[in-house]
Design a protein around this ligand. Structure first.
Ligand SMILES: [Zn+2]
Length: 517
């Protein structure tokens, strides 16, 4: 036994001795220092032009990190959260294996079941990289740009890049978090931005996983516990939620220990910012019900004043409401949660410019969507083939009719789900963290179309004393609250809530079919 340990130690030191000296490897590199007080960062990094070296943190053998990637330039949904993976490092001679733990099947039961589960459900190596040297803190040093662009990007499904021509755009390193981003030509030559945020998983922060309850629809992280021999309780499901606690639990109404903070991105048109903020802050009413005052705070990022411009939306420490001018009307509310506990640690909502154009249409044109409500797919198909019978076309003005027929012939199944058409990773999100595809917009559209059918003109719904203010040619009383409601809905998703399926049926079929109804 002792001899084996001694041999292993000898092998390790022998291997280390084979490695070049750090000074040689890092010749011409300059250390990146991102903290004002010089506190020790998660990974120490060094930069020379577009090359990066990183030294693993002390204690890496016992740590688990999340690598989160976001494509933040050169794609129609630039900035939409990309994939993330939980990893740990494992040394093998002069190579490091990047491992991801098996989380789907575990055992919380007796030792025998733990041993047995571990034998079958082993961890997976994602990729491996050479150790270049031992760094000044005595830890392995790796080629960080190559690791992220050649290995991690491929492993996360973001491959097909000309990594040799990558430019380092961002390289910052903080005590809990290291961020690096690149601009790199893709296979077609277009420049795409790839942003990586590597974060140390929070440990012992007082967060308690909460088991899911069927009555409330939350996003969940779940696993199979094969140490539990009851078929009904074998699946363990933790809801996704923020670690929100009262600062003073003895108070009936207390501020939070740590608020949830959303930044409104600088690309949001100035005239809509206050409405977006209002939509986020609606949620403080819900938290006040459970005795937390001002649980959520909102700040505006602003390029002109420089406010909060040092914060990158792709950095997992900051949650943002982002805005894209991509001529799509969609809203997406994804978040990232600790896969071991369900604790949400990052959320970035994406809104798009297409909304403004859509809202204009809702206000000034009758939407045919409402008459499509309740149509079966078969019936829709039949109407598509027999447009002169189609009530959606019959209610539309002649000019609009031609447009609708045109649009219909160019729409494919995928285009109907633009977020998925442009970011197939969302399909993956559906199976792992719960589906983030949100139909709130379509729901709002049919409410508005219904309101439009009720009155000759939506202007009759203008509030008393309205001063006639317009945003982009649409009355502000109409478009402002619509944005607020949309944001409120998406923020709900980033607080862990799915669409609440049970509560969405107000009346039973029996009630609706009764004489009295
Ligand atoms: Zn939704």
């Amino acid at each position: 036994m002792h001899r084996i340990v001694a041999l292993a130690l000898a092998a390790a030191s022998l291997a280390t001795a084979d490695l070049p000296k750090f000074d040689q490897v890092s010749n011409g590199f300059k250390e990146v220092v991102s903290t004002a007080d010089g506190s020790r960062p998660l990974y120490r990094i060094w930069k020379k032009d577009n090359d990066l070296l990183a030294e693993l943190p002390r204690g890496w053998e016992r740590q688990q990190h999340i690598i989160a990637a976001t494509q933040n330039r050169g794609t129609i949904f630039a900035g939409l959260q990309g994939p993330e993976v939980l990893v740990y490092w494992k040394r093998n001679g002069n190579r490091l294996m990047v491992m991801t733990p098996e989380l789907g099947t575990r055992s919380n039961g007796e030792q025998e079941s733990k041993d047995s589960v571990r034998r079958i459900f082993t961890d997976t190596m994602l990729f491996d990289v050479p150790i270049l040297a031992m760094g000044p803190s005595g830890q392995p040093v790796v080629d960080l740009d190559s690791l992220l662009l050649r290995s991690a990007a491929g492993g996360l499904g973001l491959g097909g890049l000309n990594a040799g021509l990558a430019e380092v755009v961002t390289a910052k390193t903080f005590p809990q978090n290291t961020v690096v981003s690149f601009d790199v030509p893709n296979r077609g030559g277009q420049i795409v931005g790839l942003y990586f945020s590597i974060v140390d998983l929070p440990r012992n922060n007082g967060y308690k996983p909460r088991e899911a309850d069927n009555r409330i629809g939350y996003f969940m992280t779940s696993y199979r516990d094969l140490g539990d021999y009851n078929q009904k309780t074998k699946w363990k499901r933790y809801i996704h939620r923020w670690n929100l606690q009262k600062r003073d639990p003895s108070l009936k109404m207390s501020p939070p220990k740590e608020p949830i903070i959303y930044y409104i991105e600088h690309t949001v048109p100035v005239r809509y910012r206050r409405w977006l903020r209002q939509g986020v802050l609606y949620w403080n009413n819900a938290f006040a019900e459970v005795g937390i005052d001002n649980a959520i705070e909102v700040y505006f990022q602003d390029k002109q004043t420089g406010a909060h411009m040092d914060k990158d939306p792709e950095d997992v420490r900051y949650s943002f409401i982002r805005w894209l001018n991509n001529d799509v009307s969609t809203a997406i509310g994804p978040s990232r949660a600790n896969p071991l506990t369900g604790e949400i640690f990052d959320a970035d909502i994406v809104l798009t410019d297409g909304w403004i154009r859509a809202y204009w249409g809702w206000y000034y044109e009758d939407s045919p969507d409402i008459v499509a409500e309740g149509m079966s797919p078969d019936l829709r198909e039949w109407y598509d083939a027999n447009p002169h019978w189609d009530p959606r076309l019959l209610v539309a003005s002649p000019a609009r009719r031609a447009e609708l027929i045109d649009a219909r012939t160019s729409v494919t199944a995928d285009a109907a789900e633009p977020a998925i058409a442009h970011n197939p990773d969302l399909y993956g999100t559906c199976s792992s963290a719960g589906c983030t595809q949100c139909m709130a917009a379509q729901g709002l559209a049919s409410h508005m179309a219904f309101a439009g059918l009720m009155g000759e003109d939506l202007a009759m719904f203008a509030p008393e004393g309205d001063d006639g203010a317009q945003l982009d040619g649409i009355p502000e009383w109409f478009v402002g609250p619509l944005f607020a409601e949309l944001v409120c809905h998406e923020v709900g998703h980033t607080l862990g809530l799915r669409h609440n399926f049970k509560a969405s049926s107000l009346y039973t079929h029996e009630q609706m079919n009764s004489e009295e109804f």
